[in-house]
Design a protein around this ligand. Sequence first.
Ligand code: XUL
Ligand code: MN
Length: 344
Amino acid sequence: MAGTFRFSFGPWNISQGADPFGPTVRDSIAFPEKLAQYKALGFDAVQFHDDDAVPNLDSLSSDAVLKQAAALKTTLDDSGLTPEFVAPRLWEDPRTIDGGYTSNDASCRAYARDRSLQAVDIANALGTDLIVLWLAREGTYVREAKDSKRAVEQIVEAVDAMLAHDKNIRIAIEPKPNEPMDHTYIPTIGHAIGLGLLTSDPSRVGGLIESAHAILAGLDPSDEMGYALAHNKLWSVHLNDQNGLKFDQDKAFGSVDLRRAFNQVRILDKHDYGNDGAWVGLDVKAMRTQKAGVATKHLSNSREVFLALLDVSRSLDESKMDALITERDYEELDLLIMKALLGR
Ligand code: XUL
Ligand code: MN
């Protein structure tokens, strides 16, 4: 009973502070400068959108895309950094306005599929076998606009195309119930695992659980993780925090509910997360108020909180807890956990 915890984040987690109501408040930081900060912040792996790895990839030839990906692999090797995954970004191009795989326009669906296959090629060139699918716009604003059964079939077809394109690639679906859509078709990890069962190779379809996304679905992230772990499908996590049901906040891990964070760390540790090489991703965002120069603290702080909670979990008196569970004295168990979190 002990996991192995190594940490990753994506370049989008060092950001300029724009929100829907105001412009950027910090200068943009060039990608090589971001890479240079990983190790000092305590991180060893990088998560990529396809166009984080190869900017403007839609305007490049396939050869040029692969050449740039190969050059990035050399940079990563030289920096001692591992590429964790590549995620096709299917939510910014005009052709994804109505969704990617579930767009009502066949030519837009073809764009989404081709771009996803290219993301697989980029993953290969970087040297990772993991693709993450955040199905951003696979949903509706207006229920009548799409057919939910057909939409699931279309997502399965897209996943099947990726699985057929490369015999080794694994696909981790990152469920999220809403935002930018009113509702999405794959809102929880149960949906993601169920979708995997419909594909041509369920053994290569798993999930990535983001704390905030589970909370937005009204669920407890640690229970969602337990569900995925029971299926051997927890292939990555995006730890962060979320203050109630509103926009996706990506707050620093543990910053809203320390006990909820503690339970995520505990379930991962109890069930050997990471011993097979899976990473702990921190999908956290700096506050808009944070001044440039100290706008990476959300990353190192989240990691520090994770490791502190790991210490708390590992230092608990397990036999005392077992006895309280046997006695069904959950009030005392509750206090024991609160005291541990209070350091008393
Ligand atoms: C969106 C989200 C994304 C994915 C990567 O809410 O979490 O950052 O993690 O595409
Ligand atoms: Mn995420």
